[in-house]
Design a protein around this ligand. Structure first.
Ligand SMILES: [Zn+2]
Length: 228
């Protein structure tokens, strides 16, 4: 099905973006079909659990949600993130851990009128029975990461994120984000949180971009969409 058709149906608000069935914007059957829990590594070697691959209907849903304001998709995207969170918590442990979303860049939030990643994080928090804390923010403006090489991405975000300290030093944080491209933003979140006393117990994302495609300059821009 063409993406444009899927978006049109979403705008009407009565058909699944993938199978075109009447009903919710992303039906249960299609949503379950994209779950593909897998682990990726950031440049600094931190493990990240992704619920799905950033392709096909997942990409359609994320673009519709982030770029076209289809906020009803926050709930199904939050369900995917909750699945990744469950995988990142071996044995369902880490009672008392807080979900800490990676902030959207200030410019991106202003443009979209809402912090899309935080909204998905709250949905996942409710499903997982965990508190969501806004403990991270950007301390300085950053450039849009799309189109940058891996080393440019690292340089772009290095030292740019600021964390507020936990009430108790050593408190566990579960970092969450929507899409992982190279993992440079996750590394920066890790650094900011641990420097003020958080223990980062896991990192989860809705979907990860195929590492081989993430930075290939000949591919269409949509393959290179990443954080901010
Ligand atoms: Zn469907």
């Amino acid at each position: 099905m063409l993406v444009t058709n899927a978006l049109w149906d979403l705008a009407v608000g009565r058909r699944c973006l993938a199978c075109d069935q009447a009903g919710p914007a992303w039906c249960d059957r299609c949503l379950r079909s994209v779950v593909d829990l897998h682990e990726r590594r950031t440049p600094f070697g931190h493990g990240v659990v992704a619920a799905a691959r950033y392709a096909g209907q997942v990409r359609t849903a994320v673009v519709a949600y982030k770029e076209h304001g289809h906020l009803a998709l926050a709930a199904p995207l939050g369900r995917l993130l909750a699945a990744a969170l469950a995988e990142a918590r071996p044995g369902g442990g880490l009672a008392g851990a807080a979900i800490v979303p990676v902030p959207s860049s200030t410019a991106a939030t202003r443009l979209r009128g809402n912090d899309h990643a935080r909204r998905i994080a709250r949905q996942a928090g409710v499903r997982s029975g965990m508190t969501t804390l806004t403990a991270l923010r950007w301390g300085r403006p950053i450039t849009d990461q799309a189109g940058l090489t891996a080393s440019e991405r690292r340089h772009n975000v290095a030292g740019a994120m600021v964390a507020s300290a936990p009430r108790k030093p050593g408190s566990a944080a579960l970092v969450v984000d929507d899409i992982m491209t190279t993992g440079a933003t996750v590394d920066e979140a890790f650094q900011a949180l641990t420097s003020v006393g958080w223990r980062v117990a896991g990192v989860s994302v809705v979907a990860a971009v195929d590492a081989r495609r993430a930075l290939a300059p000949h591919l269409p821009l949509r393959y290179r969409e990443g954080k901010n």
